[in-house]
Design a protein around this ligand. Structure first.
Ligand code: FAD
Ligand code: DLZ
Ligand code: SF4
Length: 512
């Protein structure tokens, strides 16, 4: 063949830059199921099954429209288990003149790709990933010379750039942000839309059998497997969100309810990140729903902010700050990740719910990730590297470019406040306000200290006390420190002692 075009498991997009640069008649497309990719963290079984099945379906789709495709399955004879090994093997087989790839989503893979030219003696073209609205170079230009890299400023530029919800250069409705109308707790008797479930076809069934056999020691329940694995199915899932959930997306964005995994969330991140859905297309459809009166502005603005704002912004930060970013540990946290993150075996009901559904479906919504599992790890001083590996492994939507800044920056405040102006942390009070968990929890959310008290309470104050030196001047923590400073000494001592007892139990691996 003329060129060898390698497509990665999160590049399943017909308009991918490498495919656009290729010629059906002369070039060969290569897909590789790589042992290294399936195990560089111990991904959730459903995540592996999703990626492999979606890859196989996409390869078939390309074949159908006339591409020549080489597809190396995980257990094919001779599979070397790595991208590099398989590219070398394909070069020997096909004698291409050039290797063409779209830049990968992870730094480690890009570094590897940079060595391929020397190793193979062939030119390697690494093309921009044009599926993002803001290229790496554009983000770098946006960031240069700024003292603070605030998402809100970036987001406004992206609104201008895309014209989404803009009227003559001004934000629709007169404001950029409608969060004041959002973030209400939900009631359990509300109508809850469920994301559509797709039955595994023979291709998926084969993958499920493979995953079941090969990845027994990975986290997660494999069946029932209900994810979309093709573009057509993913589009159906998004249409269902538009029809049944978008209108209430904003209002209940931060709510949590027992047994309700999805509430009014879109549940499309795995599809978006793998390339089955296009971010701008989703935003345009959401805006169209607003324009025809099917969804209010607070919902639609909130939704597009997550995609053209947060999603693009964290990617920009990732590429701007890697590789040093991955090692950041600004708070010096070093406690090992408790085992119950892998099993859900804890009395804390909020944690058991978030972890339990994560094990079941490789999904938890944003506030569960940020204010339950993330909040706990932050307050308990868990080593951010271990927290990062956990988030990267357990969620079907997790790739380092999006997971790392969310975990180290937004959730663990390990990057020294680059991404978030204050740590996202709370006592049990916030969880109680936003959920119905606490009523069924053996811990008492209103109690501040003592064996039965909600652990988040003492840990919250203990965290503030531990980090007083570095955080007391943060204006956004002024109120919390004012309360702490006014508290009488005995109360403070009792809180710190309660936290110490809890952390000791954690360290001794007692059930908490
Ligand atoms: P919705 O709530 O319906 O939002 C719609 C879309 O907006 C999402 O599909 C997603 O593409 C985008 N989005 C929303 N918030 C963010 C965000 N903070 N960063 C980037 N995109 C966002 N998201 C991932 O895609 N992959 C990850 O590995 C990941 N790791 C996270 C780790 C932590 C500690 C935290 C706090 C958040 C993480 N997020 C991650 C962001 C967010 O939690 C998920 O995108 C969201 O829960 C996906 O569910 P959904 O599709 O129902 O999203
Ligand atoms: C996540 C993942 C998994 C589990 N397996 C594969 C695989 O076998 N082959 C592949 O091409 N990609 C896989 N992926 C996605 C890659 O890890 C992803 O493309 C890189 O991390 C870059 O984002
Ligand atoms: Fe979580 Fe505390 Fe509420 Fe229990 S009482 S569910 S531990 S916030």
């Amino acid at each position: 063949c003329r060129n060898l075009v390698l497509i990665l498991g999160d590049q399943l997009t017909p308009s991918l830059s490498s495919l656009r640069a290729a010629d059906r008649a002369m070039d060969r497309v290569l897909f590789v199921e790589a042992h290294e990719e399936t195990t560089y963290v111990r991904h959730h079984k459903k995540k592996i099954a999703f990626v492999l099945s979606a890859m196989r379906h996409f390869a078939e789709e390309l074949r159908r429209i006339g591409w020549s495709v080489d597809y190396v399955k995980l257990e094919d004879e001779g599979n070397t288990g790595s991208f590099r090994g398989e590219v070398e093997r394909a070069c020997r087989r096909l004698s291409p003149q050039k290797i063409v790839v779209t830049e990968p989503g992870e730094w480690r893979v890009l570094e590897d790709m940079k060595t391929w030219q020397a190793a193979s003696g062939l030119p390697v073209d690494i093309l921009d990933d044009t599926r993002f609205l803001c290229s790496r170079a554009e983000f770098r230009a946006w960031a240069s010379g700024r003292k603070q890299l605030r998402m809100e400023h970036f987001y406004r530029d992206m609104r201008q750039k895309t014209g989404l919800l803009m009227d003559d250069g001004k934000p629709a409705g007169g404001r950029w942000n409608y969060d004041a109308d959002n973030r209400k707790p939900a009631r359990a008797d509300l109508f809850m839309p469920e994301p559509p479930r797709f039955s595994p076809d023979p291709v998926t069934v084969e993958v499920l059998t493979l995953v079941e056999r090969r990845f027994t020691d990975h986290i997660g329940t494999l069946r029932p497997f209900w994810f979309a694995v093709t573009r057509a199915e993913a589009e159906k899932a998004f249409d269902a969100f538009l029809d049944h959930a978008l209108a209430d997306f904003g209002t209940y964005q931060d709510a949590m309810l027992k047994g309700e995994k999805f509430l009014y969330h879109a549940v499309v991140s795995a599809y978006l990140n793998a390339g089955l859905l296009d971010p701008l297309d989703l935003c345009r459809k959401a805006v169209a729903a607003y324009q025809k009166g099917a969804a209010p502005l607070n919902a639609v603005e909130g939704f597009i902010r997550q995609i053209i704002g947060w999603r693009e912004y964290v990617r920009g930060i990732y590429w701007l700050k890697m590789p040093d970013y991955a090692a950041s540990n600004g708070l010096g946290a070093s406690r090992p990740l408790p085992d119950f993150y892998w099993t859900g075996d804890t009395d804390m009901l909020c944690m058991a719910e978030a972890i339990g559904q994560t094990i079941g479906d490789a999904y938890a919504h944003h506030i569960q990730r940020l204010m339950v599992t993330g909040n706990f790890a932050l307050l308990a001083g868990i080593d951010p590297q271990e927290v990062h590996e956990w988030y990267l492994a357990v969620y079907a939507d997790a790739y380092e470019w999006v997971e790392l800044p969310n975990t180290l920056g937004m959730s663990q405040f390990a990057d020294g406040g680059l991404l978030a102006s204050k740590p996202y942390m709370s006592s049990g009070n916030y969880i109680n306000k936003m959920s119905d968990y606490c009523g069924s929890c053996p811990y008492e959310v209103k109690a501040r200290n003592g064996a039965d008290a909600c652990p988040f309470n003492a840990l919250y104050w203990d965290f503030l006390a531990r980090h007083k030196q570095s955080m007391k001047n943060n204006p956004r923590l002024g109120q919390a420190y004012a309360v702490w400073n006014k508290m009488d000494g005995e109360k403070r001592e009792a809180l710190r002692e309660s936290a110490a007892i809890f952390l000791k139990r954690l360290d001794e691996k007692q059930k908490v």
